[in-house]
Design a protein around this ligand. Structure first.
Ligand SMILES: Cc1ncc(COP(=O)(O)O)c(C=O)c1O
Length: 425
């Protein structure tokens, strides 16, 4: 049976190899993947079956995915739908209404023809919500990070980034052709060293509100102290923290009461907003400049109006119902405490995102199948997304999970992950 953890389907899977071994091409034709890639993919198909699963319903706390070619009910700890807004009836109704009025696509870049009154309204709503002069929208979060960094940084500048930064930020810095300096994760003295190395340059310090793999907050206060001592500007990616963190949902910057110290805020609509797209908010002159120099804005179609209407409703609901955020944090604290009590290492996580560290590739894929069969959907996270010794599952808790959902998930982990980790120890 495919996916059976006891079957021999992992026979040909060389767990010594990872995606990191197939970056450099050595074939004559640039469109042919590196030698050995196709064979490795075929041998690894048992493991790869855990990726790109087909979801058959909404990204709710319980959903249905395809597994072994059949619909399979799962507890969903794999979704960024932190406040349950992706499937909120009012969000869906707002999208449907806009769909009827505006049609499917915006059919043009915001610069030329894709901007509707809904897009304008959302720009204003985001700027007002965050207390900024202006905001602009991107048709993806990833594109927003790329466009913003490449739109602002120039060749003689330095992007000073936490070494756990998301790839959208790293790629944005590369695209800008600026010099890139890394500092150790959340380490103010390492940031200080990086800034000292680049003294005299235009430095932009780039941090995330919550780190998407480790699930820990940026240590914003101490990092900002260092940035300010060097007169460096700061850009924060609040992808996973916006709406879901901070007393009013204004992210990690609000959580640490440092909003006034961060001039440029970026976020995505694909996480707690339950939709898709990105935004950047800041001083009017910065945003006005970016409207002309962020290529992913100027040369790419505006968000579908129905999606924009849904985001507006999500924002409204998140403001009107802070209790969803409270539930999210209660669920996160409960689940992390119970997982830790089982002896499972969640690293530095102090949020609703938590790695369940396995630390061994073959074991992780075997357990991944076992968990999925048992009806628990967690994300497999392999190198190079995390270091080899921190290969893990990532669990995301949401406001919509009931205690019964979380307890059932804990039971499954106790039956599967715990004995396996004990064996290792
Ligand atoms: C920290 C961070 N920044 C940016 C992005 C890109 O956002 P999107 O998925 O909305 O394109 C992600 C996506 O997961 C992320 O985790």
């Amino acid at each position: 049976m495919r996916g059976d953890p006891n079957s021999a389907h992992d026979d040909g899977f060389d767990t010594n190899l990872s995606l990191g071994d197939f970056v450099v091409g050595e074939r004559a034709d640039a469109i042919s993947p590196p030698a050995g890639w196709t064979e490795w993919r075929q041998a690894a198909s048992w493991a790869a079956q855990l990726y790109q699963p087909t979801m058959l319903q909404s990204a709710d706390a319980r959903t249905e995915i395809e597994y072994d070619g059949r619909p399979h009910p799962v507890i969903n700890l794999c979704s960024y739908n932190y406040l349950g807004l992706a499937n909120h009836p009012e969000v869906i109704a707002a999208a449907v209404e806009a769909l009827h009025k505006y049609g499917m696509g915006a059919c043009g870049s915001p610069m030329l023809s894709g901007m509707t009154d809904l897009h304008r309204k959302l720009e204003r709503a985001i700027a007002d919500f965050l207390g900024r002069e202006d905001a602009m929208l991107f048709n993806s979060g990833f594109g927003g990070a790329l466009g913003t960094l490449a739109g602002l940084l120039r060749k003689s500048d330095v992007a000073i980034m936490d070494n756990r930064s998301h790839l959208s930020l790293r790629d944005g810095a590369v695209l800008s052709r600026s010099r890139v300096e890394r500092f150790e994760h959340n380490d103010p003295s390492s940031l200080d060293e990086a800034l000292t190395r680049r003294v005299g340059k235009r430095n932009l310090v780039i941090v995330e509100g919550i780190y998407s793999m480790d699930g820990d907050f940026a240590t914003l206060g101490p990092l900002l102290d260092v940035a300010e001592a060097h007169d460096a500007s700061v850009f924060i990616d609040e992808a996973h923290s916006m709406l879901a963190s901070g007393a009013n949902g204004r992210g990690a910057a609000e959580h640490y009461d440092v909003e006034h110290r961060i001039p440029l805020i970026y976020g995505t609509f694909s996480k707690a907003f339950g939709a898709v797209g990105g935004f950047v908010a800041g001083a009017q002159e910065t945003i006005e400049y970016l409207r002309f120099y962020a290529h992913s804005y100027v040369y790419s179609c505006a968000l579908p109006p129905s999606n924009v209407a849904a985001i507006l409703k999500s924002l409204e609901l998140s403001i009107a119902h802070p209790e969803a955020r409270v539930r999210l944090w209660e669920n996160a604290d409960y689940f992390r405490t119970q997982v830790n009590a089982l002896g499972i290492d969640t690293g530095a996580s102090n949020t609703y995102i938590m790695p369940l560290i396995v630390g061994d590739r073959g074991r992780m894929y075997r357990l991944g199948h076992e968990l999925r069969q048992r009806g628990l959907w967690v994300a497999p996270v392999d190198y190079p997304a995390v270091p080899e010794d921190r290969i893990c599952f990532r669990a995301c808790v949401t406001a919509n999970h009931t205690r019964a959902d979380l307890d059932e998930a804990l039971n499954i982990l106790e039956d599967t992950l715990v004995p396996s980790l004990l064996q290792k120890a």
